[in-house]
Ligand binder design. Structure first.
Ligand code: ZN
Length: 458
């Protein structure tokens, strides 16, 4: 563009600067009105409140000006090609779009086109801006859903408004959360192969291959059936959320790879675990499989990681030993304590057969003791090849699944087991998916999937 042309028509950047200056003046007027009139003496909090109250309007207007100047060509467009058939279409009207972003309310008037052949209405500006059809735009949706993953929906709406100055409805929070959650997929929630390899390299120490731990567990969650409006809620029941956590034992710390929890059957659990197994290069790591005694869990872990070293969780095992000690010798007695110590010591040295022999020779002091001893013998027999804690220690393997228990607590309990919270299974799973993605560092990917589905269709 020549010098002469620039003098006649100013650059959009210059117009933008001037218009924002005008908006600043309007904002300053608002502040002057609130602060300097009537001899008021506002406190710091009151001044802060004035800025909070007025800044959304100011930023919203600036945002609008920014769009208008950056995309001035699209706002004056007379013809556009139909995105479906490519036919040239003439502008029908200027359509107003009210929107809310993290920076407040804005409104844009942009040309609207309609292709008669395809019965398709479109706005090229919407496409460039990736506008959401909702009033609340994606920047705000992304943060709102993240907030709702941490606190109950009603609270989330309040908190969001308090912290951003941008009010959102409870309904919007709920609806958007369910939409993002229902489109969240395991393949996005679990880090990809390259990322997992990167974390494995981080954990490498000397010539030892790092230990990658696969720990599985079930946690019970309060669920209720879906009820229709104005209908009495159905009876609640506890259902098992099956989950696993995969992590690396680094030099002095645990390097998290992935957590996954869902209320689902064990077959689906197996499929999910095998997707994760497919992303792990088992030549780079030594694999430890950690779990309590549940059969379904071992079945899938060993199928997905046939080379994995199986370790029966030390603390679950100890719980069973304590149980027998308490019913046989009496809760908290010195005899009970002594027996637990010597038994755990023998198990530590992998003398499972000796412990079983000892149990067989015990003369139960009562019926309950007889029953618990019988159960413990079965448990130890079944898990014999998984009890070798001393060897685990020497090899740098884990013996306790504190890792999965803390993940369970963090992912399931803190948000799911609030008093009075009963989850419809689907919503509960959506919540778990989003919480896992936040914990795994993949929330942005999950949100982008939803966004791309909104813009382009699934
Ligand atoms: Zn068309």
């Amino acid at each position: 563009m020549g010098l002469a042309a620039r003098i006649i028509k100013p650059e959009p950047t210059e117009i933008f600067r001037e218009m924002v200056h005008d908006e600043v003046d309007k904002w300053v007027d608002l502040i002057i009105d609130e602060v300097f009139k009537d001899g008021k003496e506002p406190t710091l909090s009151e001044l802060s409140e004035v800025l909070s109250k007025t800044k959304q309007k100011f930023f919203g207007s600036c945002f609008q000006v920014l769009i208008e100047q950056k995309y001035s060509d699209l706002l004056t467009q007379q013809y556009a090609d139909c995105p479906k058939c490519g036919k040239r279409c003439r502008k029908r009207r200027l359509g107003a779009k009210e929107m809310e972003t993290l920076h407040g309310p804005s409104q844009i008037k942009r040309p609207w086109f309609y292709c008669l052949d395809c019965n398709h209405g479109f706005s090229p500006l919407d496409k460039v801006l990736e506008l959401s059809r909702k009033k609340y735009q994606f920047d705000l949706q992304e943060k709102a859903v993240k907030t709702a993953a941490e606190v109950p929906f009603l609270k989330a709406g309040e908190l969001f408004t308090d912290l951003t100055g941008q009010s959102v409805s409870d309904h919007f929070m709920h609806e958007t959360f369910e939409q993002v959650g229902s489109q969240a997929q395991l393949k996005d929630i679990i880090p990809d192969k390259t990322e997992i390899e990167k974390r494995c390299r981080e954990a490498k120490k000397g010539r030892w291959r790092p230990v990658l731990v696969v720990a599985s567990d079930g946690a019970h969650m309060p669920t209720r059936p879906q009820s229709k409006r104005n209908e009495k809620r159905g009876k609640g029941k506890w259902q098992e959320a099956k989950g696993f956590r995969v992590y690396l034992l680094g030099k002095n710390r645990i390097i998290h790879i992935a957590s996954w929890h869902q209320i689902q059957d064990e077959e689906q659990f197996g499929k999910d675990l095998s997707l994760v197994a497919g992303r792990i290069d088992s030549d780079q790591v030594r694999i430890a499989l950690l779990g309590d005694g549940a059969d379904w869990l071992w079945k899938h872990m060993t199928t997905c990681f046939p080379k994995g070293r199986q370790v029966l969780d030390y603390y679950h095992c100890a719980e069973h030993i304590h149980k027998v000690a308490n019913v046989h010798y009496g809760q908290g007695t010195e005899q009970a304590l002594e027996w637990v110590e010597s038994t755990m010591c023998r198990l530590f040295y992998a003398e499972v057969t000796n412990v079983i022999r000892g149990l067989r020779n015990m003369k139960p002091t009562n019926d309950e003791a007889a029953e618990e001893i019988r159960k413990l013998i079965g448990y130890l027999n079944k898990n014999k090849k998984r009890i070798h804690y001393r060897g685990d220690r020497i090899g740098g393997y884990p013996i306790g699944s504190g890792g999965i228990e803390s993940a369970n607590k963090f992912i399931c309990h803190t948000r799911m087991k609030r008093s009075g919270a009963w989850w419809v299974k689907e919503t509960g799973n959506e919540m778990l998916r989003i919480r896992c993605s936040i914990y795994n560092g993949s929330y942005a990917k999950v949100f982008n999937r939803y966004k791309s589905n909104c813009l382009n269709g699934p």
